[in-house]
Design a protein. Structure first.
Length: 103
């Protein structure tokens, strides 16, 4: 079976698991048994709307987390708006909304 490379390391992807849980994170790598995502987050809906939350409460998910490929329904590119929000939530670098001249 020929397997094509679909994502590059560092791409922001959404992983949809058999449990119905969506995981957002930076794609690291994949093989026949494991898909590795860096800094995975999930989306929670609360009174203020959607917000990111850590993938696990007690596990160290700040770095690489391995997911069994057989438990994944799909991996897809995360839309641009959500990717930007993910980067903002996981980065210490603050980017301005729009460029302009400061007077």
């Amino acid at each position: 079976m020929l397997k094509e490379k679909t994502y590059n390391s560092g791409d922001i992807v959404t992983v949809y698991l058999q449990t119905g849980q969506e995981i957002l994170g930076k794609f690291v790598s994949e093989d026949d048994t494991t898909t590795i995502i860096k800094k995975p987050l999930t989306v929670a809906i609360g009174p203020q709307g959607a917000a990111f939350q850590t993938f696990t409460v007690t596990g160290d998910s700040e770095n690489d987390v391995s997911f069994k490929t057989g438990k994944i329904i799909s991996v897809l590119k995360t839309n641009d708006a959500t990717s930007s929000s993910y980067i903002e939530a996981t980065s210490s670098i603050i980017t301005p909304d729009k460029g302009g001249i400061i007077q």
